[in-house]
Ligand binder design. Structure first.
Ligand code: HEC
Ligand code: HEC
Ligand code: HEC
Ligand code: HEC
Ligand code: HEC
Ligand code: HEC
Length: 499
């Protein structure tokens, strides 16, 4: 240490420590940048560690250098002795040379491992396992429903965070509060929706689904069962008009008209879950013409409504349950019956199955026991013959209902279909009928349509098996149960919410 290139005051423990910290940080940044280059599928945010997190110790280290020097100068001015580094290394001494080599290589290895470790930690915080299972019981409903959804292969962060540094930092900041809420057990049950500050759909959904691409129609064949002794089957064929994306790609009419680059729909809602929508505006972006629709039964005056905050319609106004789908009892039982997982030979199973699912239980364990108990009790009393001759029918039904219960009901988090409205249809929730109830009218008398063949064409309906040829002309709706005109005068949800 004979030759010193810097003024002596820099050779103090604080400055040297700072220099070491800065060097380590810089080396790590370089290492991570190399990893990012080399690894083909490195996550979009690896840069956050290198460019947001690590510069903090780097700058801190750099600041420590002059700070140490300043303190040193003060010492010297006060006449105190120069602070000494506690050790000196003489490279001429073989033992010291070996020790230094050893120290440097071990530090280098530790450094690389730490960098790799923080990289893996980062990757892990982006994984479905981390989001879905770390705070196990809190995220259990979302994680479970997700696994049975069309998006089971899409990572939580692709919808909830998206790419880019800003949202990553925002999500980790709110995540920090969530960790606290979980540890302190002060989180709400169920977790309220709509999620405040959910990233706009343009930056999440639209990264994979291209709005302009929507065109043509999609065929649905739905199977229902009536709640009678025979569990009578009812089939409904619908042709869903999912077009409307862009006139360049096909007919421009259809459901995704709302998403058409040429139109913009804005609305005012009066409740947190956006189920009551008294005021709607549709703007034709080409002509600039704005049509305003007001609900006939709006509780407030028009000026009060206009002064409330407006929302612009996007994917999530309809697809608010793309991944966390908690199905209502009727839908669960119908699907199990349709797929043969529950036998239609069990009398009244449609009604009884719905009944046991709908009940509110204190825990999953109690629910599973009660489902078995109640059903066994009913069939042994009312239909002993079928239990004795075909015990497998009842056993199968119980097992299927228990499986479905575990996928759709979460007593610990108070989560079930009825706490989260699903906006995609109009049967179990208001959905499209929040606006399309035929009662939202414009000054010129036009209404937002409730015509049963405007969003879908009814291809077929009835108890007979599906015919070989279907008519695309569209049939007038026939309600499976004779309820007069009630299905048209009331909203379906008033009888079908299952609540
Ligand atoms: C396809 C996109 C998508 C994926 C993938 C996704 N979510 Fe969601 N999530 C949403 C939307 C949309 C909402 C509802 C937003 C609203 O209503 O405001 C939501 C709501 C939630 C909620 C609020 C409570 C609820 O049930 O609505 C939680 C918690 C949640 N998600 C966690 C997760 C977790 C954990 C994962 C991964 C296991 C995940 N999400 C994957 C889109 C997604
Ligand atoms: C990372 C890519 C990705 C993102 C982000 C994404 N999706 Fe999807 N989505 C898919 C894929 C892939 C499928 C097709 C799944 C299949 O057919 O098995 C799909 C299917 C769908 C379907 C059809 C479901 C069905 O029952 O057939 C809807 C609706 C949908 N997505 C809406 C959304 C919405 C709304 C969002 C934003 C909240 C979103 N998606 C975000 C990839 C994505
Ligand atoms: C926030 C209010 C709102 C909601 C919710 C809503 N719509 Fe609309 N919808 C409108 C308005 C406004 C129009 C334009 C009416 C007009 O000017 O003719 C429209 C028009 C349409 C059209 C006709 C598009 C065309 O080709 O001209 C279809 C189809 C449609 N909506 C389907 C749906 C479906 C399906 C849902 C539910 C998943 C839904 N809408 C939910 C407001 C809404
Ligand atoms: C007005 C309500 C509404 C809006 C807004 C809306 N959708 Fe849809 N979307 C529907 C309906 C209704 C269907 C057909 C029924 C279903 O799939 O459950 C559908 C179907 C889909 C499908 C399946 C298409 C297929 O070929 O199977 C995808 C994917 C999708 N929407 C994505 C989106 C994305 C992404 C956005 C935002 C850019 C969006 N939707 C906006 C109502 C809407
Ligand atoms: C604004 C668009 C729109 C209008 C108007 C409309 N529907 Fe629908 N309907 C839908 C959508 C979207 C779905 C599919 C929801 C889904 O993906 O499960 C649907 C589903 C249905 C189903 C299947 C129900 C289910 O959830 O299993 C029936 C039955 C039905 N519609 C009947 C009608 C009748 C009857 C009318 C007229 C009173 C009508 N619809 C008017 C959009 C509409
Ligand atoms: C006044 C009450 C009432 C209204 C309003 C109503 N329904 Fe129903 N609906 C019933 C009853 C009762 C049944 C028979 C229930 C059963 O057998 O379990 C039924 C049965 C059905 C079924 C057979 C499957 C099932 O879940 O039982 C479908 C599909 C259906 N309704 C669709 C609709 C649609 C779509 C609308 C709105 C356009 C509607 N209903 C409005 C009372 C109503």
């Amino acid at each position: 240490m004979s030759k010193r290139r810097l003024p002596d005051i820099f050779y103090n423990p604080i400055s040297i420590g700072g220099a070491a910290l800065a060097t380590v940080s810089l080396a790590t940044i370089i290492f991570l940048t190399l990893v990012e280059w080399i690894q083909e599928h490195s996550p979009a945010y690896i840069g956050i560690i290198s460019y947001v997190a690590l510069p903090v110790p780097l700058i801190l280290g750099l600041l420590l250098i002059p700070l140490g020097a300043w303190r040193e100068r003060r010492r010297l001015r006060k006449g105190q002795p120069a602070s000494r580094l506690s050790f000196t290394v003489d490279l001429a001494v073989p033992r010291q040379r070996a020790a230094l080599t050893m120290f440097t290589s071990v530090s280098a290895i530790v450094l690389l491992l730490t960098a790799y470790g923080s990289y893996r930690t980062f990757e892990w915080t982006e994984s479905v396992e981390f989001c879905g299972t770390t705070c196990h019981s809190v995220m259990e409903p979302e994680h479970t429903a997700y696994q049975y959804s069309p998006h089971a292969r899409v990572k939580c962060v692709d919808c909830h965070v998206g790419s880019g540094a800003g949202w990553y930092v925002r999500s980790k900041l709110s995540g920090a509060y969530q960790v606290y809420a979980t540890l302190a057990d002060v989180y709400p049950r169920p977790i309220p929706t709509p999620i405040a500050n959910l990233r706009p759909a343009q930056e999440t959904c639209e990264q994979c689904h291209w709005p302009s691409h929507f065109s043509a129609e999609k065929k649905y064949i739905n199977t229902y069962f009536k709640s009678d002794e025979a569990n009578t089957r009812w089939t409904l064929g619908l042709l869903m008009k999912i077009g409307g994306g862009s006139s360049e790609r096909g007919p421009s009419g259809g459901i995704h008209w709302h998403m058409n680059v040429a139109n913009e729909v804005t609305y005012v809602s009066t409740d947190p879950q956006r189920q009551v929508i008294p005021l709607v505006r549709a703007k034709n972006k080409t002509t600039g013409v704005v049509t305003e629709y007001v609900a006939q039964d709006a509780a407030d005056g028009i000026d009060t409504l206009r002064s409330r905050s407006w929302a612009t319609m996007d994917c999530i106004d309809c697809h608010n349950r793309p991944s966390h789908i908690y199905r209502p009892p009727a839908r669960i039982v119908d699907q199990s019956l349709a797929h043969g997982r529950i036998s239609t030979d069990l009398p009244w199973i449609r009604e009884k199955g719905m009944g046991v699912l709908k009940e509110e239980y204190t825990s999953t364990e109690t629910a599973l026991d009660s489902i078995a108990l109640v059903l066994r009790d009913f069939y042994q009393k009312e239909h002993p013959a079928i239990v004795n001759e075909h015990p497998e029918l009842l056993a199968g039904a119980i097992e299927e209902l228990q499986t479905q219960y575990k996928r759709n009901f979460f007593p610990r988090m108070k989560v079930r279909w009825s706490v989260y409205p699903n906006n995609i249809g109009h049967m179990t929730d208001l959905g499209c009928f929040r606006c399309h109830d035929g009662k939202h009218s414009a000054a010129d008398g036009r209404v937002i349509s409730k015509d049963c063949n405007s969003c879908h064409t009814i291809l077929y309906q009835g108890t007979a098996p599906l015919p070989q040829t279907l008519s695309v002309a569209g049939l007038p709706f026939e309600h499976p149960e004779d309820i007069g005109d009630a299905w048209n005068e009331m909203n379906c949800v008033e009888c079908h919410s299952g609540r």
